[in-house]
Design a protein around this ligand. Structure first.
Ligand code: SF4
Length: 324
């Protein structure tokens, strides 16, 4: 459980100023099937040291991800670029809200050097929302991709982007796609009926269209999207959302349990059982996704490298079938 106030230089700085006035929400006790590994291993400490020494930010820490012990032990970290302050204020998210700092021109190089030092075969890069920037941070994403390609040419690159809402004039999406990430991920986060309360700064149809446009611009890029469940959605809404993603030709869908970062965040409405997650995975496959990852601790970047290998295999298999 995180706190809503950070203590910086002995001055209380609100991490979530927009949430501070909200009434406390009851925090439900986690069920037995949500058990995480404590972050104490040697590998975890080494990853932490690499992240700190390159002055990088990770979503693993900022979002309070429950998988950090497991992932960092294996040197899997998801880098969060463009600072640690987000211009949006989603009700589920633990990343701080406020006015971000200026872009750091050296960041692409530092991310690339960290990727090289860690010897990653696959890396996931995400960012805060940067509605304050004319292109939403598209060029910075592209610069990071190009810097990694130069420093670690065999590393495959997955990006998890914001929605670039109202950045069409800057051709933001085109700039990112032209840099050729291997996987383009943009999360829907939840079903459309929850958008006003859970993801108020975003628009469901825009996010679907963004994913569809990536495939139109470059069909060789794998597309991916994810949601959290336990936010009050109905099963039939999840199935409809799957159809919407398939209409946009999305290859890979992830579904994980929402966990409440603090008592000021959106409450957990339900702990979805492992059996229900399994059922979503089966339905998703039958709807035509190349790959489904659906379990209580599934997160967008969890096991992303192994999943990328599976995605490639699934596409090859599909191509063989259509050639017959
Ligand atoms: S699942 Fe993703 S965000 Fe969570 S610790 Fe692993 S790499 Fe980081």
């Amino acid at each position: 459980m995180v706190t809503v106030l950070d203590l910086v230089a002995n001055k209380p700085r609100p991490r979530h100023p927009e949430k501070a006035h909200r009434p406390d929400q009851e925090v439900l006790r986690k069920p037995d099937w949500i058990r995480v590994k404590a972050p104490v291993s040697k590998g975890y400490a080494e990853t932490r040291e690499i992240v700190k020494s390159h002055k990088l930010v990770t979503v693993c820490e900022e979002a309070g991800c429950p998988n950090i012990g497991e992932c960092w032990e294996k040197k899997h970290a998801t880098f969060m670029i463009m600072g640690e302050i987000c211009t949006r204020a989603c009700a589920f998210c633990n990343v701080a809200t406020g006015i971000p700092t200026a872009l750091d021109a050296d960041e692409p190089n530092r991310v690339a050097q960290a990727v090289k030092t860690m010897g990653l075969s696959h890396v996931v890069i995400t960012s805060v929302d940067r509605d304050d920037l004319e292109d939403g941070g598209a060029q910075h994403f592209a610069d990071v991709i190009l810097a990694i390609r130069a420093a670690a040419p065999t590393t495959t690159i997955e990006i998890l982007t914001p929605d670039f809402l109202r950045k069409d004039g800057a051709r933001a999406l085109e700039i990112v796609v032209a840099a050729k990430p291997d996987v383009f991920n943009h999360n829907l986060e939840t079903v459309p009926s929850n958008y006003l309360t859970v993801r108020p700064g975003a628009r469901y149809f825009h996010s679907i269209r963004l994913l569809q446009r990536v495939k139109e611009l470059d069909p060789s890029i794998f597309t991916k999207s994810g949601i959290m469940v336990g936010l009050g959605e109905e099963r039939h809404e999840v199935l409809q959302l799957m159809d919407d993603l398939r209409s946009a030709d999305v290859d890979f869908m992830t579904i994980g349990q929402y966990l409440q970062p603090s008592k000021k965040h959106h409450p957990v409405k339900k702990f979805v059982t492992p059996e229900e997650f399994q059922s979503y995975a089966i339905v998703g496959k039958s709807k035509g996704f190349l790959l489904m990852a659906s379990s209580p601790l599934t997160r967008s970047s969890h096991h992303a490298g192994d999943d990328f290998a599976r995605l490639r295999e699934a596409r090859e298999e599909q191509l063989k079938k259509t050639a017959r």
